[in-house]
Write a protein that binds this ligand. Structure first.
Ligand code: GLN
Length: 187
């Protein structure tokens, strides 16, 4: 069992540290040949979704990853990673377009773009949440379970094996959401 972490840009090292803590094997995906190694799950980290979208195409990673995601590869997307998975993006363009959600980029504006709070995550209890120039989910399709809301906005959701958070669980001292992802994979 190994989890690939997209490591083109952004907060990938923090995800690796969280998986280390949970004893889960992982490796970085930086170029196409990194996909030769089988992956049981994929993490799309936070960062800048427009930059990651461009790098994915430039590095010839977009097509092979999209195919795997469409074939049911479990994916955990945080913040920019959430944007990469969304079918509809306000203020941006869809990338993998795999998850039936509409997201708003930089939804909290410049001033309030970064903040911390604690809110209930379905099945996991109250969890700390760090938001950095975060998106939120404007609406989710019928096949998508809403896992958490903050101030009336959806900030965590799951559609089959696709898990997304608008916040950064890898930046808090709390492995609960990563553990949930590993449970989803069956690790
Ligand atoms: N604002 C970024 C974007 O639109 C996301 C920020 C983040 O990942 N922390 O891609």
């Amino acid at each position: 069992m190994a989890i690939g972490i997209l490591a083109l840009q952004g907060a990938f090292a923090e995800h690796a540290a969280m998986l280390d803590r949970l004893g889960a094997e992982h490796f970085e995906i930086r170029q196409r040949r990194d996909l030769d190694r089988g992956l049981d799950g994929l993490i799309l980290p936070g960062g800048e979704s427009t930059v990651m979208g461009k790098l994915l195409r430039d590095l010839d990673l977009f097509q092979p990853l999209r195919e795997r995601i469409r074939s049911g590869l479990p994916v955990f997307g945080t913040c920019a990673g959430l944007i990469l998975l969304a079918k509809e993006v306000e203020g941006g363009v869809p990338c993998f377009a795999a998850m039936d959600i509409r997201v708003k980029r930089n939804a909290y504006g410049r001033q309030l773009g970064s903040f911390s709070t604690t809110a209930e995550v379905a099945g996991l209890g109250p969890r700390p949440m760090t938001f950095i120039r975060a998106p939120y989910i404007v609406s989710a399709g019928p096949g998508t379970a809403v896992l958490a809301q903050v101030d009336g906005h959806i900030v965590a959701a799951q559609q089959e094996k696709l898990l997304v958070t608008a916040f950064h669980p890898e930046l808090n001292d709390d492995p609960a959401i990563h553990r949930h992802f590993l449970d989803m994979i069956g690790a």
